[in-house]
Design a protein around this ligand. Sequence first.
Ligand code: GLA
Length: 394
Amino acid sequence: MKRFTIFAFALLLISIPCTRLAAQANGLAKTPPMGWSSWNLFGCTVTDADIRSAADAMVSSGMKAAGYTYVNIDDCWEGQRDAQGNIQGNQRFHDMKALADYVHGKGLKIGIYSSPGPKTCGGFEGSYQHEDQDARTYAGWGIDFLKYDMCSARKMFTNEEWPGVYKKMGDALQKSGRPIVYSISHGDNQRIWTWAAWSGANMWRIGTDINPNPQVIEHFAFLEGGLERFAGPGHWNDPDMLEVGNGKLSVDENRQHFGLWCLLAAPLIAGNNLAVMPADVREILTNREAIAIDQDAAGVQGKLVWQEGPVSVWVKPLADGGKAVGLVNMGESPNEIQFSFRDAGLPQWAALRDVFAHQDLGVVEDTFKATVATRGILLLRAHPVADGSGGKRN
Ligand code: GLA
């Protein structure tokens, strides 16, 4: 069995460079999942009441209307197993089924967290040797999303065993009969993107933990470079949950973070306090034009096409033949950035629109330049135009 697993895995590695991966067997996450998770805000203190308020705020803040669906309980909800080995919530989560019903009652979906090891990263009960049973329990509660995080399993398995370890839960979720988005996390990578989709994952973390620090956020955006071919409908690279609205990020830093995640077709899992969102944070997170770039049906992960020092240009091809273009300034002062249509794969003429300002910038020829704020982004939507000269040129 093990030999077969290694053989199948080797076949997969050989075939990946030649093909884009097909959609996942569970048919979920055709576009990058959108939602909110408890971790970045509450860490291990999260309660049933926090999840209910997050679900309430998801609706009242306009996040649900903008497309956010999953309300995810991260680590620290787990209690003891009962005499039959069934996992239960701890004293802060006394009735998981009732909580799931509450979230579903708001027209939202609910996510949960576990580990392939005996303990989660927070030291709670993991799913080791209970994979099928836990998947059945989650399905019975009405869970719609599972984040499965390496944690205590780190020292238990060899690199060759990892794909099979995650596939075990992927298969268990399939067998549960409930559509459950499968999100996996493997802190030290082991080139997770090369096998994650094979294990049944709809999304996989490509690095360690994010925090609301602009350099860390930029680092994760750059880590996605070269991984474009592994992403597509049903299976996405995950540079981690959003920190938009957390810590001391400025409006420009929040925009840059969100704009980069949209260009990268990253899952948009917010991590801020939805109940007390300042207007500028809400505007960024619910920006329909930016979200449309992330959720574009072609499902192509954008990439860095040009960089000089702190300034760079990122391009994401869109289903309608247009391109989303990000002029990104990672510098400590405003910088002028010029992008060439050729670098972006655009023809001579293109109509440009500023996504955060919701403003058309007109039809432009060959190049476009703008001054971009300190640690900011100018996020554009560019559409090829046959002849922008209006017939005045030959
Ligand atoms: C790991 C993950 C985080 C979070 C914590 C929970 O560190 O990377 O996203 O889930 O575990 O303990």
